[in-house]
Each structure stands twice: as C-alpha cells, then as structure tokens.
Write a protein of this length. Structure first.
Length: 253
C-alpha cells in the first residue's frame, strides 16, 4: 500500500513539474490548452474595443475648426456635409458594413552573380642582397611580394504570392475625429467544429465614402488593419512546437 501511494505521489509531482515547465516555456497557454482537451474552443466575449488593453485613441493631423455660420432664409450652413440627414454611420456607436475585397498577386525574381580574381607578383627575387645571406635565403621566399585572391558570390531569390479574401464584416464607430472622419473597428468570429476563424478590421474612413446602403470598401479605409486567421485544433497542428520555435530564434544556423 505504501509503495502504491509513493508511486502516486511521485506521479503527481512529475505532472506538476511538467505543468510548471509548460507554464514557464509557453506562458501558461499549455495549461489552458490542456484544460480544453475534448472541448470546442470558446468564443471571445463581446467587449468594448476602447477598453481593451493597449487601446489608444487615434490622433491624426487636423485642420482648424470652422465656425458654423447661419444665413437668413437659407437651409445650408458652413461645415455641413450633406443637405438631408441620412442613416449612414456618423457618430460613436453607429454600425457600418466593411466589404473586404483583397486580391493581391506578386511575382518577383532576382538573380545576382559576382566573381573577381586578383593576382599580384612583384617579380623581385633578390631583395637587399638576400641571396648573399644564408639565413635570409631560408626565411625570405623566392619572390618577395606575391599575392593571389579569388572571390565569388551567387544569389537567387524569388517571390510568388497570391492572396484573395472576399468577405463582409460589421464594424462599430469607436471615435469621431475633429475633422469628421470616423475611426471604426470590427471583429468577427466563426466557429466550425473545433476551429475558430477570426476577422478583424480597423481603420479611418471618410463619411463621404460610406455608400447609401451604409457599406464601405476596404480599399477606402486609411491606416487599415485587416487580420484574418484562426485558432483551434487545425491551427495548432500547423504551428511548430515551442521547443522548435525557441531553437529557431537561438540557433544561428
């Protein structure tokens, strides 16, 4: 009985040591992953983007504010963007749809070759009477100055990249800049079986670029930040292990 309890105690100690080592190497993410074995990955909670860690209000160069002046018997005033009020996003908390349409293709190929051969020969065989000195004949070479060098380098590189992403995501206005431009941010999560796909869109848009159906193309977003990825069992298999990532950073070869 004591032998069995001792083995159990040793097993618990070994498991605790492995968990501590995993926590130290993987930032405690390994423990979270172990606790989710056999379960679907959890969706993120719906939070206010402005309360997220690392959030900073956007600051851009702004023109001087224009004082609104009203003219008698006129429906128009200075600084107005439209004659009639519409339902497009214009203030904090409003929603708009971002049409993400990215089709990127790049094909680059470089080939560099360089070679150089140098040879220097003085042709001097008797330097300051070296031939008459017995010890000098043993030390000095047949020719006083002879140098040969050969160098060559060859480099090749190629890039063949094709990216295509077409989707829509609803974004919320998080800030209105002094010139009227809108700071928007949207996040979408889709879970299929044991894999979650994430789409994040953020940037600055002009109210004039928002179409009548309250949509805007991603190409018209300034300072655009678009991220598309995922997490789950498939993504986990595609990633190298922590040890391999550490070795890739530390090893110079």
């Amino acid at each position: 009985m004591s032998t069995f309890s001792s083995a159990s105690r040793l097993r618990r100690i070994a498991i605790s040591g492995l968990l501590l080592a995993s926590c130290a190497l993987g930032g405690c993410s390994s423990i979270d992953r172990l606790s989710q074995i056999g379960e679907q990955p959890k969706l993120s909670a719906i939070d206010n983007p402005t309360t997220q860690p690392g959030y900073k209000p956007v600051q851009m160069p702004m023109p001087k504010p224009e004082v609104a002046s009203y003219n008698p018997n006129s429906l128009w005033r200075n600084g107005s963007r439209a004659f009639f009020k519409d339902q497009r996003a214009r203030q904090v908390g409003d929603l708009l749809t971002v049409t993400v349409n990215i089709t990127d293709k790049a094909n680059i190929e470089n080939d560099t070759s360089r070679s150089r051969t140098n040879k220097e020969d003085s042709g001097i065989t008797n330097f300051i009477g070296a031939s008459t000195i017995t010890q000098a004949n043993k030390i000095l070479p047949g020719r006083v100055l002879t140098a040969d060098s050969t160098s060559s380098s060859e480099g090749k590189g190629s890039v063949d990249r094709k990216e295509a992403l077409q989707t829509n995501v609803a974004a919320v206005v998080t800030q209105v800049l002094p010139n009227g431009n809108l700071v928007v941010e949207g996040k979408q999560e889709i879970r299929v079986n044991f894999e979650i796909r994430e789409l994040i869109v953020a940037g600055i848009v002009r109210p004039e670029d928002i179409q009548s159906d309250n949509t805007i193309d991603s190409t018209k977003i300034a300072q655009a930040r678009i991220a598309y990825g995922g997490r789950g069992q498939i993504t986990d298999v595609q990633q190298p292990r922590y040890g391999q990532q550490v070795m890739d950073v530390l090893l110079p070869f």
